[in-house]
Ligand binder design. Structure first.
Ligand code: UDP
Ligand code: MG
Length: 192
């Protein structure tokens, strides 16, 4: 089993690269952002709770996010591991994730792969995505900048935990999608 955290700021390409990684290594993707959007669309209680935070570009509180994540990890799967896309986003979430994979999957997080992209490129990418994605949090520059700010104040420090464990690897997230995928594949092959 191989468990990957796909890390990086909003718009860095996590969703796109996760798709290529799941195919290559037979993994199951868990995107907390996608799960929230699914719940918002279906007007569930969880969706209602998350919507106000997402619309402002703020992080959804840990409790809500973690409960949703645990439920997802517990679902049976025949994949060879997991990609956590957009989770963990806080140090507290990281500690819970470590415990969950150990208790439920009896395996560690093997690698934290970080996509590195300059802030101004992120803003441009997200504004462009907003034109077609229908995502309210992508269509307004102020909200986008708030998401990036949330990333630097609450999420970026997660990287330190994986650096300390020697599990943190950065990949340049600007360039051809397929070239970036190749670099990510190589990093995974190195450890599997
Ligand atoms: N979000 C969150 N916790 C998560 C995942 C998503 O709070 O674990 C919220 C947050 O408001 C974020 C939004 O959902 O701005 C969109 O997240 P997603 O990961 O889809 O966006 P990305 O960062 O990939 O552009
Ligand atoms: Mg995403």
């Amino acid at each position: 089993m191989i468990n990957i955290i796909l890390f990086g700021p909003p718009g860095s390409g996590k969703g796109t690269q996760a798709e290529n990684l799941i195919e290559k290594f037979n993994l199951k993707q868990i995107s907390t952002g996608d799960l929230f959007r699914y719940n918002i669309k279906n007007e569930t209680e969880l969706g209602k709770a998350a919507k106000s935070f997402i619309d402002k570009g703020e992080l959804v509180p840990d409790k809500i996010t973690i409960d949703m994540l645990i439920e997802e990890v517990k679902k049976p799967t025949d994949s060879s591991g997991f990609i956590f896309d957009g989770f963990p986003r806080t140090v507290a979430q990281t500690e819970v994730l470590e415990k969950i994979v150990k208790d439920v999957l009896n395996a560690p997080i093997n690698i934290c792969l970080a996509l590195v992209v300059d802030d101004e490129i992120l803003v441009q990418r997200l504004l462009k995505r907003g034109k077609t994605s229908g995502r309210t949090d992508d269509s307004n520059e102020e909200i986008i900048r708030n998401r990036i700010k949330e990333y630097y104040t609450k999420t970026a420090e997660v990287a330190e935990l994986y650096k300390q464990q020697g599990k943190y690897v950065e990949v340049n997230g600007v360039g051809e999608i397929s070239e970036i995928s190749e670099k990510l594949f190589n990093e995974v092959k190195k450890i599997s």
